[in-house]
Design a protein around this ligand. Structure first.
Ligand code: MRU
Length: 372
């Protein structure tokens, strides 16, 4: 995407393939800085500490992490150890396991001396594929925005989104934001309500930043305002991302997404989930029972970072000393609350049948018995 007119991706390898560069998302929106990942430990730390985040980007960063590991030691043992190091960073986004399995399959077939070059090539292919998947999601999602526009008599189409499922969470375009960027670029009037998305404020700090950079009209709202503006007819559709969608269409995404889905259902507002296939876990069925939900440090709830009036960066406490806090990072929206999944192969129902039909090659036999 463009930053000040210059095309950017969220991750890119150095020309000599000796390191990988990322946009440091912990510094946004106040500072645009990058970080160099020189080895697999750097890649694992960048994922765990959320210098990079968002399911697709976590997957691509892990792939580059394996490539950096192969530069250090291309042995079978190091391939397995490095994959375990990366897998242990965050449990919920299925793209991580998907990318590690893809790299394992591609690299075990290679002689160790060829693995580093092959790994960088494969990681670059996954990055390019991610851009194509997101762009296709943008094209399919654009039809939903056009349909909404037809009912708006020239008024902007108001879209609510939660967290950041933008180009910063992928390699480019984003998932939930791709239809929005395509609509805006096509001259369709859109306006985005951006949930701040406590506790790490990915909406307020990342989604607002990237929409602003692209000139897309948007308004930041507190997470609890979504239901109210829906009741008052201010939202035409909701589009969010996913960290893991099951074979039956249950959607896991940033904490608070489930509450938005309930409010959308109660107000008859379409609730769409942008779901590239690497984020669909065909080995799971019941999302609430089976998806591992990350819990993160309580300090993310008790403290908040920001910029002071004189430009310094500070983290301040916002709760009483001694009060404990619980920090679930994701929740699950049951398929029954999802109007549709915007995949790279089209907009489909959040059902076993529709997912199996759209992705027959991914259907897991054990689960398929329930499909037919
Ligand atoms: O904790 P995060 O910031 O990694 O959570 C990100 C989300 O929940 C996104 O909505 C999801 O990963 C989809 S990103 C295209």
């Amino acid at each position: 995407m463009l930053i000040d007119g210059k095309p950017h991706r969220s991750i890119w390898p150095h020309d000599d393939l000796k390191a990988v560069e990322i946009i440091d998302q912990t510094k946004l929106p106040h500072q645009f800085t990058t970080l160099t990942l020189a080895d697999v430990s750097d890649a694992a730390r960048a994922i765990k500490n959320m210098h990079v985040r968002g399911a697709p980007l976590i997957g691509v960063t892990a792939a580059y992490g394996i490539a950096l590991a192969m530069r250090t030691d291309p042995s079978d043992a190091n391939l397995l150890t490095s994959a375990e190091l990366l897998r242990a960073t965050r449990p919920t986004a299925v793209n991580l396991a998907w990318a590690l399995e893809d790299m394992r399959q591609h690299l075990f077939a290679e002689k160790p001396e060829d693995r580093c070059a092959r790994a960088f090539t494969r990681a670059a292919e996954l990055a390019t594929d991610d851009i194509a998947l997101c762009s296709a999601i943008g094209d399919h999602g654009l039809t939903l925005i056009r349909d909404a526009q037809a009912k708006k008599a020239g008024q902007p189409v108001n879209i609510l989104t939660h967290c950041n499922a933008g180009w910063l969470a992928t390699v480019d375009w984003g998932t939930a934001t791709a239809p929005i960027y395509k609509a805006h670029d096509a001259g369709i009037a859109v306006h985005v309500f951006v949930d701040e998305t406590r506790p790490r404020n990915q909406g307020a700090s990342l989604t607002a930043w990237e929409l602003g950079r692209h000139g897309v009209p948007h308004t930041i709202i507190v997470d609890n305002a979504g239901g109210h503006i829906m009741q008052h007819g201010d939202v035409d559709l909701v589009i969010v991302g996913t960290d893991r969608t099951t074979a039956s269409g249950d959607v896991c995404n940033k904490i608070g997404t489930y509450l938005k889905a309930l409010a959308a259902k109660d107000n008859g507002i379409p609730f769409y989930v942008a779901a590239p296939s690497p984020s669909i876990d065909f080995t799971l069925d019941d999302g609430v029972a089976e998806i591992p939900i990350e819990t993160r440090g309580s300090e993310e709830v008790t403290h908040i970072p920001g910029q002071t009036a004189d430009g310094r960066f500070e983290t301040v406490r916002i709760v009483p000393q001694g009060s404990p806090a619980l920090n679930y990072a994701f929740d699950v929206t049951p398929a029954r609350l999802v109007t549709g999944l915007i995949t790279e192969r089209g907009v489909i129902a959040a059902t076993k049948e529709a997912l199996a039909l759209a992705f027959p090659e991914r259907v897991v036999p054990a689960l398929s018995s329930a499909v037919l």
